[in-house]
Design a protein. Structure first.
Length: 365
């Protein structure tokens, strides 16, 4: 790649003047989207799952919503026919939405300073990707794609640090960076925000995740979880953990492509080490029992399975600070957490180290 292309990662930030501005008493949304008729919904993304908060009807081609929002928050305009047509940051101001349902990417949102900041941020991130993808050789290898991911994450963090007074930055930390960060870095990132923004749902979720990760970090005693098994009976993790056993607490879902890609490694590892004291307690983030059961059968996952069938509202995932899957925690015979997120050959190597130790007689255990 030409040297000048690499300068995209060092472009000056354009967001410094876009801090959280004082808001009016409430919001008024006026929308005119060609092709939208009938019922229209306003949905807030208050955390893991969207929450529909209001509805209205299109009259003479327009619709409107009014209300009050304590802090800016990601929202969407939804219809039964088109689904989520538009996502934008809702704040207490007069907001005008215009465009066509046939061209959702070109729908205009005016009046939300937070959305304007988010739009500039998205354009900046997209420009980095475009520069990289213009050089096919740069993204044709795992190392090239890893470089792109690191560059984008560095830019994301620059944006977060440059905007401590913005809920948009809080959302970026929660939605785009928290997956990659250990709990100590998450605490530091949250502490750097201005006090009003610390009350946002996004920073509260990041802090909660950091708390869970710290409590379940390597060297800590595991936290017990329980959920219904495939027959609907409660199965606790504590019923599996115990002397002579190394237990992998695995978070996955049948709808998750990376989880499915990881499954052949898991099957091979289980086949080799289960006779030596290895067990898997798999927590699925599926939404339906049918999809969950089919995934188990299709992938030949012959170990212990539980699921609350609550998608990302899984209590077990929350307790372990899991924000992306696949994810796993390796627990020793005494209940100590030995490792987190061992994938592929790394899992095999760790189990070989633990379960192929020579015994006092000089033979493998």
């Amino acid at each position: 790649m030409k040297a000048k292309l690499l300068f995209a990662g060092a472009l000056a930030l354009i967001f410094l003047a876009c801090g959280q501005k004082p808001q009016s008493e409430g919001y008024t949304i006026t929308g005119e989207i060609a092709g939208v008729t009938g019922k229209v919904y306003l949905t807030l993304f208050e955390g893991k799952m969207p929450q529909r908060i209001d509805s209205t009807e299109v009259v003479n081609g327009t619709f409107s919503f009014t209300g009050k929002q304590p802090l800016p928050m990601l929202a969407s305009i939804d219809t039964p026919e088109h689904g989520a047509i538009l996502r934008f940051f809702l704040e207490n101001s007069p907001i005008t939405i215009t465009g066509s349902a046939d061209a959702p990417d070109r729908i205009s949102v005016l009046g939300s300073a937070s959305e304007e900041m988010a739009r500039k941020y998205r354009a900046d991130i997209d420009s980095i990707s475009e520069v990289f993808y213009s050089d096919s050789a740069a993204v044709s290898t795992p190392a090239g794609r890893d470089s792109l991911e690191k560059l984008i994450n560095a830019r994301r963090m620059e944006f977060v640090k440059a905007n401590p007074g913005s809920v948009v930055a809080a959302y970026v930390l929660y939605r785009e960076l928290s997956y990659y960060m250990p709990y100590d870095e998450l605490y530091q990132a949250v502490a750097a925000f201005d006090e009003p923004v610390k009350q946002s749902v996004y920073l509260k979720l990041v802090a909660s995740m950091a708390d869970a990760q710290k409590k379940t970090s390597i060297g800590q005693h595991y936290t017990d979880v329980s959920a219904p098994d495939r027959d609907g009976k409660e199965l606790a993790l504590s019923s599996v953990v115990g002397p002579g056993k190394y237990v992998l607490l695995d978070f996955w879902a049948s709808w998750c492509p990376p989880c499915r890609a990881e499954s052949p490694y898991m099957v091979a590892v289980y086949k080799e080490f289960a006779p030596k004291g290895f067990e898997i307690y798999a927590v699925s983030l599926d939404k339906t029992k049918e999809a969950w059961q089919k995934g188990i059968a299709d992938l030949n996952l012959g170990w212990k399975h539980v699921s609350e069938l609550k998608f990302w509202d899984s209590k077990a995932a929350e307790m372990y600070g899991v924000r992306s899957i696949p994810a796993n925690i390796l627990i020793g015979p005494d209940g100590t957490i030995l490792a987190r997120n061992l994938m592929g050959n790394d899992l095999y190597a760790k189990l070989a180290e633990l379960l192929n130790k020579p015994s006092k007689s000089g033979k493998n255990e």
